[in-house]
Ligand binder design. Structure first.
Ligand SMILES: NC(=O)c1ccc[n+]([C@@H]2O[C@H](COP(=O)([O-])OP(=O)(O)OC[C@H]3O[C@@H](n4cnc5c(N)ncnc54)[C@H](O)[C@@H]3O)[C@@H](O)[C@H]2O)c1
Length: 422
């Protein structure tokens, strides 16, 4: 029991304790450990991080040492039955931040054991997996949510507000690019990079932004990519990808979006990640550059390698607050707190008999519910299938969504036979 007298808690587990844990989960767990969570609908709720599961446990041990009393004392599990041991600690929810292609198995095991899940983007890589998790979560009355923190970026919130308010009318076309430094593909992800591509890893942020902001029905996906830096020029590992999505809206009009990604940008690039968007509407243009929000800072001997020249102070910046406190805050942390608030509301926001209504309310939130991630997952699955064909010597395939031959169908150039992906 805390000094505030709260006996309400959401016991948290963490699966995967890598780069994203350091950037967003760590500041989130430290903040709720210090401040708890309050809302008049659910009262004061504690959110102790009780256990983590990872491959080696090294980062968990280092973090435990470094954090001291700044975080709840947690257990660390490794090895084949790490997830099962994590579950045995009696957690209410777990955050899944393993490499992309390991989300599904982990999330399935957790949901099966009655644990709510919050999964890092991209949620899963196949529609079959998505349907499986959504059905399982719903049958058990559990939350299954995914983290797309860019939807909470104030610039993207403003874009959506102008669209919702019909100030910007009818999107016609747009492009987005997100370029990660070589350090990501070269060292950070060395353990799991083989066979992977930067589109699944980061284009997914923009697929979701487009899907959530403009709505519509995803119809067609095309893609291509380049190799030769991270892996061999004819291998399955990609340096950069270009993805095109065609959407159709209720009035029958269409829009096209191009999303370019890379994880081989030179490490001495002035910004950590290069993120640019342009959307064109019937009556306007939106241009956004998340790296250039107005700050350029040079420090002799530090920029641009150990410290970046243009910095994103909105995502998870570290600050000395005007009142003296040191903090780490931003939309990357805010999105995790939102999930915790939704779960606290579900568990403590009213009577047991009213729980189904609370569950329906929280589950209908399209920004993070797994059930609203279908078109994003379809785009990722299509991208991966097209790249796989390209690596096998068959470039330029097209994937159609909601085709007469299936939910997701790949067509190869010069061959009318469908390849049903889902
Ligand atoms: N939202 C963002 O901007 C953002 C940024 C980075 C990463 N991510 C996402 O977060 C996830 C993790 O990325 P990262 O950068 O932290 O990766 P990372 O490689 O730094 O860390 C991966 C972690 O997962 C653990 N792990 C691997 N396989 C496991 C398994 N089977 N069971 C338990 N633990 C396992 C590893 O031990 C490690 O702790 C990915 O899905 C990625 O797309 C999101």
């Amino acid at each position: 029991m805390s000094i505030t007298g709260s006996n309400r808690s959401l016991r948290a587990g963490m699966v995967g304790i890598g780069m994203i844990f350091d950037e967003t989960y760590r500041p989130f767990f430290e903040r709720v450990h210090r401040e708890q969570l309050f809302d008049r609908r659910f009262g004061v709720v504690e959110i102790p991080l009780v256990a983590v599961a990872s491959r080696t446990g090294q980062r968990a041990d280092a973090y435990r040492q470094a954090a001291g009393t700044n975080v709840h004392r947690f257990e660390s599990f490794t090895g084949d039955n790490a997830i099962e041991r994590l579950i045995e600690t009696g957690i209410d929810f777990a955050c899944v931040a393993t490499p992309d292609n390991r989300h599904f198995d982990v999330a399935r095991t957790l949901l099966d054991a009655g644990v709510h899940v919050l999964i890092e983007k991209p949620s899963v890589l196949r529609l079959q997996e998505l349907d499986d998790l959504v059905e399982l979560a719903q049958s058990k009355g559990l939350l299954a949510k995914v983290v797309y923190h860019k939807l909470l970026d104030p610039d993207h919130k403003k874009l959506r507000t102008l669209v919702v308010d019909k100030v910007l009318r009818h999107v016609n076309h747009g492009y987005c690019s997100l370029l990660e430094p070589k350090q990501i593909s070269g060292s950070q992800f060395a353990e799991w990079i083989t066979g992977r591509n930067p589109g699944t890893y980061v284009a997914v942020h923009y697929i979701k932004l487009i899907d959530f902001t403009f709505g519509g029905r995803l119809k067609t996906i095309t893609a291509t990519g380049q190799r030769g830096i991270v892996g061999p020029k004819d291998g399955p590992t990609w340096d950069s990808t270009q993805l095109r999505l065609i959407y159709e809206y209720d009035d029958g009009r269409e829009a096209a979006f191009d999303i370019h990604t890379s994880w081989v940008t030179p490490d001495n690039f002035p910004g950590y990640v290069e993120q640019e968007v342009q959307f064109r509407f019937d009556n306007g243009v939106w241009n956004g550059h998340s790296r250039k929000r107005g700050v350029e800072c040079t420090v002799e001997g530090e920029t641009p390698i150990s410290r970046k020249i243009t910095m994103n102070n909105h995502y998870n910046g570290t600050f000395v607050e005007p009142w003296g406190e040191r903090s780490q805050r931003g939309y990357g942390v805010e999105v995790l707190e939102r999930f915790a608030r939704e779960l606290a509301f579900l568990k403590y926001g009213g009577s047991a008999s009213d729980r189904p209504n609370r569950y329906a309310e929280i589950q209908s939130l399209a920004y993070n519910d797994l059930s609203s991630d279908r078109q994003t997952v379809a785009a990722v699955q299509a991208l991966e299938a097209i790249l796989e064909r390209q690596a096998a010597g068959e470039p330029d395939c097209v994937v159609r969504v909601g085709d007469p031959n299936g939910k997701l169908v790949l067509y190869r150039p010069g061959d009318s036979r469908p390849v049903v992906l889902c």
